[in-house]
Ligand binder design. Structure first.
Ligand code: NAD
Length: 497
């Protein structure tokens, strides 16, 4: 059976005695084994990254940008191969895999502007004969720990900006779909990044803990579920690291009575069920505001849900594919059971969905609940599956309160034709990313990505200017030059020949 191993110092590396299963979510079969590293594997990766750091950080930013341009071109050239690899391990359809890769490439494109992004500030004459300037310097060896749901985009969010800024990097991707991250590291080497600049170590908690406690690692970026994010944030912080840790989500779509219902229906179907709901910016909660809004919505949603074709991830006609593994399928179906027990009305039941010829695949049909209440656990927690929950609200005030009081605060969207309503909502809601008639308001690469409350621990967002801030430290120089001749003529400044 194929074994997926680490990538350290520019080479594939066999290290570790434990393995994990990588499933084919379409068939339910194990398609590969991934080697789980140990603390010593992390040591080896850090050693390679530390050895590469002096030269890489001293490479001028234009040259580093050229590597980023070359990497972008290589990923584009290999897009079909990467998308297929991703769909086969994750279970998202090819179009979504290409989107996953493209959103990562957008960040690489942003990182290509690194010479401009690293420019410091300068004040002439801050005092008599005194000038002040600041520089943004690389931190050293940095690390990223990523979730299964965007195995291309999220690693690129992290290493794209970190490497362009002059750091060297150890990536610990999700053990559930580890092939694409390794391929990206190979392409980075091919693009001209010296060996050791980007390393990949596979594993589970053992490797994560080794990263969080390693004295040589200066900064850790994490994306995953909230309890682990909080653990990473506190443990990494206690070991003196700069940490940003993005967590789970439960994004609300507020539907005002004056919304464009045709558009809302399309948007909800795409954002609640697309990628089997395994997106941290999915819209799994629809808040229907005012009398009759929920009924109108359900009437339009039902035929659209009926039309959703659930199929294998490599079938171009599938709208969405299986979820990532059997444990996740069971977890999502448990939440559906819970919703029923809690008294929500199950309008469409996706449990027990079987795809002919793929009966052991991890498929779940689209599921719709109505009359979901904020007191229900199935509302309070993240389900991360193809499940849409309708909550009924009487007024805009109630609709603002729901996402504001929820434990998660990643994204939210409001659908209305009233600019004043939208403006007030955007200003008051206690959530990090807001869409106005935009269902999945993922900011573009040159803005920044980050939620609030239990959706993100730490103060600095991913990519954009915030990313540059996270992956660099500022040094400020205050300089005064003595007047008069240089006394000691034996000291000669060397000249360039
Ligand atoms: P996860 O928390 O299970 O895993 C994330 C990473 O943590 C993986 O690399 C995993 O190996 C590691 N990990 C798992 N258990 C660990 C433990 N006990 N100790 C240390 N490390 C551990 O998350 P997932 O299931 O891979 O991804 C889905 C989650 O990620 C969802 O909650 C989703 O909302 C969230 N997510 C958030 C964002 C965001 O930007 N806020 C983006 C994407 C996904």
């Amino acid at each position: 059976m194929r074994e997926i191993i680490h990538f350290i110092g520019g080479k594939a590396m066999d290290h570790g005695s434990r393995q994990g299963d990588v499933f084919d979510p379409n068939t339910g079969a194990v398609q590969a084994k991934v080697q789980f590293g140990m603390a010593a594997t992390v040591d080896a990766a850090v050693e390679a990254a530390a050895a590469a750091f002096p030269e890489w950080s001293a490479t001028n930013p234009q040259r580093r940008a050229r590597v980023m341009f070359a990497f972008k071109a290589l990923v584009e050239k290999n897009m079909d191969e990467l998308a297929l690899m991703l769909s086969k391990e994750h279970g998202k359809v090819i179009a979504d895999s290409k989107g996953d890769i493209q959103r990562g490439l957008d960040v690489i494109e942003f990182a290509c502007g690194v010479p401009h992004l690293l420019k410091g500030e300068y004040t002439e004459g801050a005092g008599p004969g005194i000038d002040i300037y600041s520089m943004k310097q690389a931190l050293g060896v940095c690390a990223g720990i990523t979730p299964f749901n965007f195995p291309a985009m999220i690693p690129m969010w992290m290493f794209g900006v970190a490497i362009a800024c002059g750091n060297t990097f150890v990536l610990k991707p999700s053990e559930r779909d580890p092939s694409v991250p390794v391929r990206l590291a190979e392409l980075m080497l091919e693009a001209g990044a010296p060996p050791g600049v980007l390393n990949v170590v596979h594993g589970d908690k053992e490797v994560v803990d080794a990263i969080l406690t390693h004295p040589e690692i200066k900064a850790v970026s994490f994306v995953g579920s909230s309890d682990i994010a909080q653990y990473v944030y506190t443990t990494g912080g206690a070991h003196g690291k700069r940490v940003q840790a993005m967590g789970g989500a439960k994004n609300h779509g507020i539907i005002m009575p004056d919304a464009d219902f045709d558009q809302v229906t399309k948007d909800l179907v795409g954002s609640a069920f697309g990628s089997a709901g395994e997106r941290c910016m999915a819209l799994p909660v629809a808040v229907a505001v005012g009398k009759g809004t929920a009924e109108q919505l359900i009437e339009r949603l039902l035929p659209e849900i009926e039309r959703i074709r659930v199929g294998i991830s490599t079938d171009p006609d599938s709208v969405y594919g299986p979820v990532v593994n059997a444990a996740h399928k069971a977890r999502v179906e448990n939440y559906i059971d819970m919703g029923v027990k809690e008294g929500a009305k199950l309008v469409v039941d996706g449990r027990g969905f079987k795809l002919q010829g793929y009966e052991d695949g991890f498929f779940i049909g689209p599921t719709l609940f109505d009359h979901v209440k904020p007191t229900m656990k199935s509302y309070q927690e993240e389900i991360f599956g193809p499940v849409l929950q309708i909550v009924r609200a009487e007024s805009l005030e109630d609709a603002i309160e729901l996402p504001t009081k929820h434990q998660y605060g990643n994204g939210v969207a409001i659908f209305t034709r009233n600019g004043r309503t939208a403006r007030e909502f955007a200003s008051r809601v206690n959530v990090g990313m807001v869409g106005i008639n935009v269902p999945i308001p993922v900011p573009v690469a040159y803005h920044t990505f980050g939620g609030w409350k239990r959706s993100a621990f730490g103060d600095v967002n991913q990519h954009g200017p915030e990313g540059v801030r996270f992956w660099t430290k500022i040094k400020t120089v205050t300089a005064r030059w003595p007047e008069g001749d240089v006394g000691d003529q034996s000291f000669v400044i060397p000249t360039m020949r």
